[in-house]
Design a protein around this ligand. Structure first.
Ligand code: ADP
Length: 294
């Protein structure tokens, strides 16, 4: 029995009491033989441990909130940046009296699409907080890449990056949340753009390639010709808040990896032999069926 007793001087102590009943040959109860050990120190250590666990849980929650806030800031920044850029272009063209109705329509359409993208990202994070599963559908990788190119087109031109795509003609399909998948590819592309800002303009090339491996997986590779990352830190790149950029959040790759893993896939990165970094998304291929856009 473990119990607490109060001593004469008013101090409480915890004791562990063990006892064995003793009986006489005729079965008469003689009493107990046992020991009474003071276990106050052990009890205190247990209590401290419990408090520590509670503190850890609290810190865990705070970190999670911090990660969510950082992730929201990171993911929404991009569409909002695109909206502001497009709106600025529109303002300048109107001020110069140079804008055609068609061009204005395109600008507005891009602004609406980016606004929806920001809304979808926020919705995705809300779902994550509520622990509800983001909806998945059968999507064609080539169409996701087409959406990606549309989103990054203006940025690529501004940064003077040439984008080459090598897409498997026999379209690969995966079960995925389209917004999340786009988010991952966008993170990889923007990281590649940023990595190449330090190199010669005419060497800035991004190659996006899709294909399959023999294990029933669809592969999307995003390869740049930037400086690559320092050898030996590849796993660190995927840790939350790891960033080598002055204004980096260090969340892009961490979020991307957790999204891909939630889809049953993997995200890895490596330096290429002839320079630059290559990030590879691997997702289980879903055969047959009709894609949402088929
Ligand atoms: P952030 O871009 O905010 O720094 P990420 O999680 O997206 O956060 O990236 C973490 C780090 O990984 C970057 O700061 C950079 O050091 C490295 N990194 C990511 N992509 C590349 C790349 N294409 N080439 C070189 N380094 C990269």
């Amino acid at each position: 029995m473990e119990y607490r007793l109060r001593r004469n001087d008013g101090e409480y102590r915890w004791v562990l009491d063990t006892g064995t009943p003793r009986f006489a040959d005729d079965g008469a109860f003689l009493g107990y033989i046992g020991s009474c050990i003071d276990i106050t120190a052990r009890k205190q250590a247990e209590l401290d441990h419990q408090l520590q666990n509670m503190e850890l849980a609290r810190v865990g929650r705070v970190t999670l909130m911090g990660e969510l806030a950082a992730s929201l800031a990171h993911e929404v920044n991009n569409p909002i940046g695109a909206i502001v850029t497009n709106a600025n272009v529109g303002q300048r063209l109107i001020a110069a009296g140079k804008i055609e109705t068609e061009e204005l329509k395109d600008l507005l359409a891009d602004i609406v699409t980016d606004g929806h993208r920001a809304r979808d990202v926020i919705q995705g994070i809300r779902n994550m907080v509520r622990k509800s599963e983001p909806s998945r559908s059968l999507i064609r990788i080539d169409e996701t890449i087409r959406d990606l190119l549309r989103i990054v087109r203006a940025d690529a031109m501004k940064r003077e990056v040439i984008i080459e795509t090598k897409i498997d003609v026999d379209a690969c399909q995966v079960m995925a949340n389209p917004v999340q998948l786009l988010q991952v590819l966008l993170n990889l592309t923007i990281n590649a753009f940023e990595a190449m800002s330090a190199i010669r303009r005419d060497a800035r090339r991004l190659v996006i390639r899709t294909g399959r491996n023999g294990d029933g997986q669809v592969l999307v590779m995003v390869r740049d010709f930037g400086p690559g990352f320092p050898g030996g830190i590849v796993e660190q790149l995927f840790e939350p808040f790891f960033s080598t950029k002055v204004e980096g959040t260090g969340m892009g790759l961490a979020i991307s990896r957790s999204i891909i893993e939630a889809h049953g896939g993997t995200l890895s990165g490596e330096n290429c032999d002839d320079g630059g970094a290559c990030f590879t998304v691997r997702l289980p291929e879903t055969k047959g069926g009709k894609s949402k856009a088929a």
